[in-house]
Design a protein around this ligand. Structure first.
Ligand code: AMP
Ligand code: MG
Length: 393
């Protein structure tokens, strides 16, 4: 059996970013920028007022001197006004600063009598003026190739007038769950049956990565129907199979993959939960077989499928690993087994404690967990120790 590191290395060797594309800005959310982007517009674009107030010459305002109101400058157009010392222009937030002015006085700090404006405060040159280019200069690099485009990045690109942006490819996934015992939520359970929870889990996980789910299908443990579902799924970039990858007589995924001409690159990894994990390829489709127990499916998705999805979407190899942080351990955790164990737990205020049952079927504990602790084989972590943890929310 191979280690997690060997498995991930082998998977990442076989997946390459898909071709880049130009997409409308909002479709780029959570995608990876395909190229560096440079500012086309300085921010701010022109000197403008940070306040509703009055443009003045600071040196002419000492001792509450009277200013003569000579105009009004709203935001959104430039009236190209000019003032001399002792004159003032009414301004609104974001309005261009009239020529000759070197400060803005907040409207709360003046008293108006007709066209006389009395300044009730000390005024320093530069006050409440947002200078052109102080935030960002034209030509400056604003996005590095490979950057994940979150809401703030999209806002920055919008501020530069970009309606479209080049990103990595959309990655399309098909999900096939297998098992005679499974009934879709909303259906009626017969004796010995359970609801299919993994399809919902995997759809949500894939979409959270920023990939799109084209099809979710359930097959009974029948090799022909599984083969049919695989043939359809292989039209996607990624096929995710749930259950049926172990060594039982009802585990039909491997024979069905053989029958559709897929190649299995690796099967069984030294990890708990998730040992029966499988990775293979057919043409340009990457195939992931996840064990049916919900926690095994979750852990193997995070360890192996997520990095591959991100890589296909155009992430650099250094961006695909899970974020790690350290925490103080709330209670002793040990691993007497021969595989690294991913313990589910709760990370609150820098403290991690295991939560719920730690068997691979225990979905309730998983549903409340927000972090994983990897416990190497034979390791005993004591309460109060600093341990590396993996936030998962
Ligand atoms: P398998 O990997 O098919 O041997 O399944 C292992 C365990 O996971 C069994 O107890 C299955 O009933 C359960 N299981 C398999 N698929 C699902 C699913 N889609 N949703 C919930 N439980 C599942
Ligand atoms: Mg099964």
């Amino acid at each position: 059996m191979i280690t997690e590191e060997q498995a991930l290395t082998r998977i990442l060797e076989r997946v390459e970013p898909l071709p880049r594309r130009l997409v409308p800005l909002l479709q780029a959310r959570e995608q990876f920028a395909a190229a560096d982007v440079f500012a086309r517009v300085a921010l701010p674009r022109f000197d403008n007022s940070a306040m509703d107030g009055y443009a003045v010459v600071a040196a002419a305002c000492t001792g509450g001197r009277r200013q003569r109101l000579v105009g009004e400058q709203p935001a959104g157009l430039d009236r190209r006004l000019r003032i001399e010392p002792g004159e003032t222009v009414r301004l609104f937030t974001g309005a261009p600063i009239p020529a000759g002015a070197d400060a803005v006085v907040m409207q709360e700090d003046v008293r108006c009598e007709g066209s006389d404006v009395f300044v009730n405060t000390n005024v320093e040159a530069g006050e409440f003026i947002r200078r052109a280019g102080c935030d960002l200069s034209e030509g400056q690099k604003i996005v590095e190739a490979g950057t994940r485009l979150g809401p703030q990045m999209l806002a920055l690109l919008a501020s530069q007038g970009f309606a479209e942006i080049e990103t990595g490819s959309e990655v399309r996934a098909a999900i096939v769950s297998t098992g005679d015992e499974l009934v879709a939520p909303g259906g009626t359970l017969g004796p010995g049956q359970i609801f299919d929870s993994n399809s919902a889990l995997l759809r949500a996980l894939v979409e959270k990565c920023g990939a799109s789910v084209e099809d979710v299908r359930h097959c009974p443990d029948d090799v022909l129907s599984i083969e049919r579902a695989f043939r359809d799924g292989l039209g996607c970039d990624v096929l995710i199979i749930l259950g049926g990858v172990s060594v039982g007589a009802r585990d039909l995924v491997k024979p069905a993959l053989n029958a559709v001409g897929a190649q299995t690159d690796l099967w069984r990894v030294l990890v708990k939960p998730g040992k029966p994990f499988l990775f293979g390829r057919a043409g340009s489709c990457s195939i992931f077989g996840l064990p049916g127990n919900p926690v095994s499916a979750f852990v193997t998705f995070l360890l192996f499928v997520r990095p591959a999805l991100l890589r296909l979407m155009g992430a650099r190899s250094d961006q695909v690993s899970l974020r790690r942080t350290t925490a103080i351990l709330g209670g002793e955790v040990n691993n007497e087994g021969d595989r690294p164990h991913y313990v589910r737990g709760e990370l609150v205020d820098g403290k991690f404690r295991a939560i719920g049952r730690q068997e691979s079927h225990a979905l309730y504990g998983l549903s409340r967990a927000n972090a994983l602790l990897r416990v190497p084989p034979g390791e005993r972590f004591r309460a109060g120790e600093m341990v590396p943890v993996i936030p998962i929310d």
